[in-house]
Design a protein around this ligand. Structure first.
Ligand SMILES: [Zn+2]
Length: 348
């Protein structure tokens, strides 16, 4: 008999211009309590945190805030200490870092959290995964999904163009992530969800189809990317793991994070990884490269500003990052195979 299945998803998702003004209404409706903690950094507090603060204070919430600088365990511990001092719920207001810290601290303290992204650079804005440094490895940790997501498309549009393009790289990764998942199902009998896989692929497909709209960097561009990131987060919620959105291309990106003196953005590295992993899968890697190029996401080592030797090294160690996650990399690539792959796909 099959195991029972649990799916965890956000209860409310708001997306559009000026939705940040609705934060207090959403918090009241969800009955999260009155004592809120905003987790921001100094920049995102100026951009959005103080508006969230104002909106909540006006509706008689008791609001505190904390400014964090790095997504590491020390910051999470600091936030947890504050949460224990009579906080009912948290709001992560910022890019990946603030959201990840709020997500992990709220998970450890069993409190709800709301995701208020100021950029759409990766699918962590909507998923249960948190990437926190200082746990001995750079891969992500399974936590809980946000109770609500409030994605103000005008706020996100004002973030640098490069961040939105990186979000597209993280989404296009779903193409190879799903192929890796299918391989793991066939070769290892790994549990597989057709619904999660279909939704994940659809999110990536929408990015490919709308590459020309996305490159214009309008409110519509932001909306397309945010919707896809949220669908991708929902796909992970249905799967109960990051499988639908994280395969060999993510292992490559995690390996670069370990090796490169100055890694590029997560989504940018995943995009380049997707080009190469799709080549290994025998799929249309050129179409992926072309869509990334149209969007303005890097497609090679030069674009990532990472020397070729780190790309090669990352390809040879990627399979060791999460050995339990079976992918097309299987037992790893030799240096020769890695060089051949990177040259063939124009990455180096
Ligand atoms: Zn990712």
């Amino acid at each position: 008999m099959k195991e029972p299945k649990r799916i965890e998803l956000p209860r409310e998702i708001w997306m559009g211009p000026r939705v940040i003004g609705r934060v207090a209404d959403v918090c009241s409706r969800l009955c999260l309590g009155k004592r809120a903690l905003i987790v921001s950094d100094s920049l995102t507090f100026q951009i959005a945190g103080n508006r969230v603060h104002g909106s909540l204070t006006k509706k008689n919430f008791d609001v505190k805030y904390v400014l964090v600088e790095r997504a590491n365990i020390r910051a999470v511990t600091r936030v947890r200490r504050l949460v224990r001092k009579e906080i009912d719920f948290l709001l992560g207001v910022g890019g990946g870092k603030c959201i990840d810290i709020a997500k992990l601290a709220s998970f450890y303290e069993s409190k709800p959290f709301i995701s208020v992204p100021t950029a759409a650079s990766h699918d962590g804005i909507a998923s249960a995964r948190a990437s926190i440094k200082g746990r001995g490895h750079p891969a992500s940790i399974e936590t809980h999904a946000p109770t609500a997501i409030i994605a103000d498309t005008l706020v996100i549009k004002s973030a640098p163009r490069r961040l939105l393009a990186a979000g597209c790289g993280d989404l296009i990764a779903n193409f190879t992530a799903v192929r890796d998942w299918e391989l793991a199902r066939r070769l290892r009998g790994e549990p597989y969800s057709e619904y999660a896989a279909a939704l994940s692929l659809m999110s990536a497909q929408l990015i490919m189809e709308n590459a020309n709209i996305i490159r214009q960097h309008t409110e519509e561009s932001v909306r397309k990317v945010v919707k896809a990131l949220i669908s991708s987060g929902v796909a992970m919620g249905i799967a109960g793991s990051s499988r639908p959105a994280s395969g060999s291309e993510h292992l490559f990106s995690h390996a670069l994070d370990l090796l490169a003196p100055q890694p590029a953005l997560h989504g940018e590295q995943c995009g380049v990884g997707t080009i190469m992993m799709m080549y290994l899968h025998g799929g249309d890697w050129q179409a992926i490269r072309d869509a990334l190029r149209t969007i303005g996401c890097p497609t090679n080592a030069g674009g990532l500003n990472i020397p070729a030797k780190y790309i090669i090294k990352a390809l040879t160690i990627a399979h060791r990052i999460r050995p339990e996650r079976y992918t097309v990399l299987d037992k790893g690539l030799s240096k020769h195979a890695a060089e051949r792959l990177a040259i063939k796909t124009g990455v180096i």
